[in-house]
Ligand binder design. Sequence first.
Ligand SMILES: Cc1cc2nc3c(=O)[nH]c(=O)nc-3n(C[C@H](O)[C@H](O)[C@H](O)COP(=O)(O)OP(=O)(O)OC[C@H]3O[C@@H](n4cnc5c(N)ncnc54)[C@H](O)[C@@H]3O)c2cc1C
Length: 379
Amino acid sequence: MLVHVDMVGVDNHFRLNFVQVGTVELDDSVARGEWDFKPILPMFRMHGLTVGIVGCGRIGSRVGRAAVGLGINPIYEFGSDEQKERWLPQMARGEVLGCFGLTEPDFGSNPGGMRTKAVRTDNGWVLNGEKLWCTNGTIADLMVVMARTSDKRITAFIVETDSPGVEVVHRCHLMGLHGIENALIRFTDVRVPEDNVILGPGRGFEISQGRLGPGRVHHCMRAIGMAELCLELMVARSRERKAFGRHLYQHGPIAEWIARSRIEIEQARLLVLKTAALIDNGGAQAARKEISMIKVIAAGLLTEVADRAIQVFGAMGLSPDTPLADLYTAGRALRFADGPDEVHLQTIARLEARDQQDRLMAVMRYLEPVDSEPQGRGG
Ligand SMILES: Cc1cc2nc3c(=O)[nH]c(=O)nc-3n(C[C@H](O)[C@H](O)[C@H](O)COP(=O)(O)OP(=O)(O)OC[C@H]3O[C@@H](n4cnc5c(N)ncnc54)[C@H](O)[C@@H]3O)c2cc1C
C-alpha cells in the first residue's frame, strides 16, 4: 500500500500545519487500523491506486488531520490512460501537486452560476475566468478546472499552472487555517490542449459529483481524526487538572462531555465507514444520501467536540498553547467546504422523500383498507 504522507499535523507552535514529507510504503496493518500514527500526527494524501476508499477511510480517521490529494481523483477516476500515465506517477511521488477549481467569486453552492468559459479553437481550447478558494492554489503545479463550454454544459480541463495566462491573484486567508494554501486564480486566454479534457467535453458535472464523493469521505475521516485528538486532549487535561477538590473528569458535566464525545465519534466513524463501503461497492452515485449525511455529521462533530475540549481547558483552550482553537476552526470551515450544511440537508431530505416514495409504492397494497364486504364464500 502506497500512502503519500504530505502533512505533519501540528507544528512547534501547536498550529495545524501542512508540510509535505513524501511517499511511504506501508503494510496491510495500516488498512487494519493497527498502525500507530500518533507519534508524528501526520497528514496524508492517498495515492495507493490499489487501495479502496474503506482502507483509505480507516487510515484517514487515524491520521486525522489535512487535505487530500487534490486533483488526483478526477484523473484517477475519469482520466484517459494517457492522462493517468502522464500525471499520476508524478503526483504519487509528490513531484506534482494538484488543486481543484470549481467555486468562483460569483457562485459557490450553485454551479449553475459558473462564468469561467472555455471556447474551442482549431487545436484545443481557450480558457477565461476566475476560481476562488482553491486549496493548494498558490503552490499547485496543475489544476483540474471546471469551465462552461456551452449554455448547459460544463467541461473539466487539466491546466498546467505555468501556462501563459494563469495568475495567482492573491492568497486567501481563512481563520485558523494557517497551513492551507488557498488562492484566487485568474485565467486569461489560457490555451489548453484537447488532450487535457477529462472524460470528454460537457461531462464536467459527472466528474465533480464523482470527485466529491470520495473527497467528502476524506474530509469526514480527517474530521473524525481531529475530533479524536480533541477528545484525547480533553481527557488528558481533565485527568491532570483539579477544581474544587476533584479531577475535572469527576465533575458531572465534563464526564458527560467525554462520554458523549466518545459515543458521537463512534457513531460518525461507523456511518463514514458504511458510506465508504457503499462507494467502494456501487460508486459515489449509490451513496449520495450517505455522503451528504456524513458531511453534515462530521463537520458538526468536530466543532462540538473541539468546543467541549476548549471549555475543559479553560482560557488555555483558546490560546496557541494547544491546537484546539485551530481544530475548532477546521470543523467550522468544513461546514462550507465541499458544500454548506444547508445544501446537504436539502439533498438528504430530497433523497429521503424519493426513497420513501419508492417504499410506499412497494407496501401500498398492504396499506389499503380491507374491503368491508368480502366477496367469495356465500357472496
Ligand atoms: C477550507 C476551504 C477549502 C476550499 N477549497 C476549495 C477548492 O479547493 N476548490 C473549490 O472550488 N472550492 C473550494 N472551497 C469553496 C467551497 O466549496 C465553497 O465555500 C462552498 O461551495 C460554498 O460556497 P460559498 O462559500 O460561495 O457560499 P454560498 O454558495 O454563497 O452560500 C452561502 C450560504 O448560503 C446558504 N445556502 C446556499 N445554498 C443554500 C440552499 N440550497 N439551501 C439553504 N441554504 C443555502 C448556506 O447557509 C451557505 O453557507 C473551499 C472552501 C473552504 C472553506
